[in-house]
Design a protein around this ligand. Structure first.
Ligand code: COA
Length: 267
């Protein structure tokens, strides 16, 4: 087996692994991860087959985000995920990154704990299988997120990521807020959404939901009670519970402004 960097040529094989696991990431999501982080997305190759993956999205020196920790079922329990994670953590340390975070599934959590990660807060995947309340008149317009608003909320500069995601579908903005959406393998993905006030978030999210009539996924931090209330009011229910974990310096920003994550793989 070989551990090596993933490249654009691996997108199809990597996306096949995530889709077979029931995850929502598309070829485009993998393309974004690899385009933005060409030196920190790794995989295990066994006899020409991509057996395992893990990605590290770097947001300057402030923060890096681990995602897409996946091992094909027939290659599990051989230490592949652990070796990939150790490699990514060594990379983060070499870059002197202050904080590394991730959103862990139940099966992933013990592995991360053994690598020194500490629980920060819960994260939830909310879903809406069918159409909910219809679109309403909204003051949201197509635009670009206000510079600085996202960084203040998230705690690190992810402008390059937002730039990539904005190419997937029009960003809706209102005064002091924005929302994005993108397609997914199983459902349209709502997020990221950052807003200074709950009324702004509601206006933006209602407008975004009005643009697609199929099923939706929405990842949020339930400590933001306004986000939970809004998701419930718009016909969403909790489908999965995850745990946000961190290693290094604690980093909490203006999370009451974050109504939807950019993705479990992005933060
Ligand atoms: C989680 C996952 C990536 C582990 O991959 P893997 O290559 O089999 O993991 P490893 O062989 O490196 O095992 C790492 C540790 O987890 C333990 N482990 C692995 N699979 C386990 C399981 N199903 N149940 C309990 N423990 C498990 C191993 O014992 C090992 O511990 P050790 O190093 O102390 O012996 C893989 O099961 C998977 O792809 N699951 C579905 C996707 C997922 O949930 N990913 C995590 C996202 S946060």
């Amino acid at each position: 087996m070989t551990i090596r960097l993933l490249t654009e040529k691996d997108v199809a094989a990597a996306a096949a692994i995530s889709a077979a696991t029931g995850w929502n990431q598309t070829d485009q999501d993998w393309g974004t991860l690899l385009a933005l982080n060409p030196d920190s997305c790794v995989g295990v190759e066994c006899d020409g087959t991509l057996a395992a993956t893990a990605t590290l999205s770097c947001y300057g020196r402030q923060l890096a985000w681990i995602g897409m920790v996946l091992t094909r079922p027939e290659f599990r329990s051989r230490g592949f995920a652990r070796q990939l994670l150790e490699r990514l953590l060594a990379e983060a340390d070499a870059r002197e990154i202050l904080t590394v975070k991730l959103d862990a599934t139940e099966v992933g959590q013990p592995i991360y704990e053994s690598l020194g990660f500490i629980t920060e807060q819960p994260v939830e995947r909310w879903v809406r299988p069918r159409e909910g309340p219809g679109p309403e008149d909204s003051l949201a317009t197509v635009g670009t997120p206000a510079r600085g608003l996202d960084t203040q909320a998230f705690g690190a500069d992810r402008e390059m990521l937002l730039h990539h995601l904005a190419e997937r579908a029009a960003t809706l903005t209102a005064e002091q807020g924005y929302v994005m959406r993108r397609n997914g393998v199983r459902a349209a993905y709502l997020g990221p959404c950052v807003a200074r006030a709950p009324e702004t978030a509601e206006q933006l999210i209602r407008a975004a939901l009005g643009q697609h009539s199929g099923p939706w996924f929405w990842d949020l931090m339930p400590e933001n009670a306004e986000a939970v209330r809004l998701a419930a009011r718009l016909g969403f229910t909790v489908a999965r519970k995850l745990v946000r974990m961190y290693r290094g310096e604690p980093l909490r920003a203006k999370e009451s402004w974050i109504y939807a994550l950019a993705g479990l793989e992005f933060g």
